[in-house]
Design a binder for this molecule. Structure first.
Ligand SMILES: [Zn+2]
Length: 493
């Protein structure tokens, strides 16, 4: 474990929110573990231990604090030093938990032995993959108890406990209270109607909400997404059911407020995980800024607008289709096309808040007459080919372990080139180092003439080139949309 106790100690004493979720503090006398921001009076250094994950603290026999609620801290940063494998494993656990077959299956998907995977987890997180998955499940159960009015049997199922008895026993063992006693402590104030859930998802500050919202607002698909005031909402489907969510900022609490309307509570854990990824909530700004601010070009913008994130997406297929729709036209034009696409091929959605459709499924687009929305025949064929590849399993946006192999497969589709692939890597695979080289907006913002020069310059931004791209696009301001369209021109050429 590579925790620097001096850094931990300083963060603990100053209750530094930038370190929230990066390590946990266990108090020897009370046997309780806390987040660095815990409001409870601090104890002396010799009475605490530091752990790199909540699971590690739990494995060492400590219980989560009821005041600072370790279950609601920002997630483990995606970038764990040198261990890409652990990051990927965490992503897979986040996407689908540890499935039947357990660690063996997980290790197999990552292409390594299960013993090696266990060793990597112990080294970087101080806990085994199973312990990490169990803690995650328990924390989610606690979140549902505190933040929703779901009946306890539903909480048990939604957090993956299987049965109520195991859930009760699990909660009791860790919290020394029954689920009902815990809910009484939470005293939920917000009134929530049936199938509506309200969650607070925390991040490590700073978080540039305005920047991420502006980026999404510029690319809104009418009927599918709405940006209104400070909030963003969109329709979603999961496991054959439909719903929507709405996100707005709560900067006082370093959190985003998420309202989800969805009829199946069992999917909440995955929906929330996806929203966390979409809004890049696990990012570790301290690590990112260290490499970006050394370049004089980025130092100013980074200082002026700290905390800009890389917006992910709800659905990788949708994002890739949107990127193809945008080839050779302005972002505004692409938005209009996307609006026509969902009204022609998307499933209608009935709500009174501006949301009218769901994004069409690959099965629908695979042989749809897409050109009818005003799209050149070649580009319509590119979208159909992508949809077919998703239908026949050649391409899957879920559970991507080997990004390079995935992107190579994507580029085999005529009409999808490097720019689109890097853009997809950046937003659908959450690759922090993805970088759409050749993008005119980036070239303009950097005042460099050739993409080779840009590539060289970007070397020093690794492994955070995606964040650098966000700043450069932001610097490019209004010219960016056209620039993106221009660079996509290369792809389709
Ligand atoms: Zn605490």
């Amino acid at each position: 474990m590579n925790l620097d106790w001096r850094i931990c100690s300083r963060a603990r004493v100053t209750r530094d929110a930038r370190f929230d979720g990066k390590f946990f503090i266990a108090v020897l006398s009370t046997r309780i573990y806390c987040r660095p921001i815990c409001p409870v009076r601090t104890v002396k250094e010799s009475s605490v231990r530091y752990y790199p994950s909540a699971a590690a603290a739990a494995e060492a026999g400590f219980r989560p604090c009821l005041r600072c609620r370790p279950e609601s801290c920002p997630g483990t940063p995606a970038w764990l030093g040198t261990s890409n494998t652990v990051s990927r494993a965490l992503r897979l656990i986040g996407e689908s938990g540890i499935e039947d077959g357990g660690v063996e299956v997980l290790a197999d998907r990552l292409g390594i032995g299960s013993r090696h995977l266990r060793r990597l987890f112990l080294r970087h997180l101080g806990a085994t993959p199973i312990a990490v998955a169990q803690t995650r499940r328990l924390h989610f159960a606690k979140k549902l108890i505190d933040e929703t009015r779901l009946p306890m049997n539903q909480v048990a199922l939604a957090s993956g406990f299987g049965c109520v008895r195991r859930f009760n026993a699990g909660i009791r063992k860790v919290y020394k209270r029954t689920p009902t006693q815990i809910r009484r402590l939470a005293r939920l104030k917000e009134i929530q109607s049936e199938n509506q859930y309200l969650f607070r998802l925390h991040y490590r500050p700073p978080y540039h909400w305005e920047g991420i919202l502006a980026f999404l607002a510029a690319r809104v698909t009418p009927g599918l997404e709405v940006v209104e005031g400070e909030s963003y909402r969109r329709t979603i489907s999961w496991d054959g059911r439909d719903g929507y969510f709405e996100v707005s900022p709560d900067p006082q609490r370093d959190a985003l407020v998420v309202r989800i309307e969805f009829s199946d509570p069992h999917s909440l854990i995955f929906i929330i995980e996806r929203i966390r990824a979409m809004f890049d909530l696990n990012a570790d700004w301290e690590a990112i800024v260290r490499s970006l601010r050394t370049d004089p070009l980025l130092a100013g913008p980074v200082k002026a607008d700290p905390g800009l994130r890389v917006p992910g997406c709800w659905n990788g297929f949708e994002l890739a289709v949107r990127a193809i729709l945008g080839q050779q036209i302005t972002v505004k034009g692409a938005n209009a096309l996307a609006g026509r696409m969902i009204s022609s091929f998307g499933k209608p959605f009935f709500a009174t808040n501006g949301l009218t459709h769901l994004f069409p499924q690959p099965e629908v687009l695979a042989d749809a007459k897409i050109a009818s929305i005003g799209l050149p025949a070649a580009r319509a064929e590119t979208i159909r080919a992508l949809a077919r590849a998703v239908c026949n399993g050649r391409i899957s946006f879920e559970g991507v372990v080997d990004s390079d192999a995935f992107l190579n497969r994507l580029c085999e589709i005529p009409g999808i080139g490097k720019w689109t692939a890097q853009y997809v890597a950046m937003r659908a695979l959450a690759e922090p180092d993805a970088f759409p080289i050749g993008d005119l907006g980036l070239l303009r913002a950097t005042a460099l003439i050739s993409s080779r020069e840009l590539e060289r310059r970007a070397e020093s931004w690794r492994p955070w080139r995606a964040y650098a791209a966000m700043y450069l696009w932001r610097m490019g301001g209004r010219r960016v949309p056209r620039a993106i369209a221009h660079s996509l021109l290369k792809d389709s050429a």
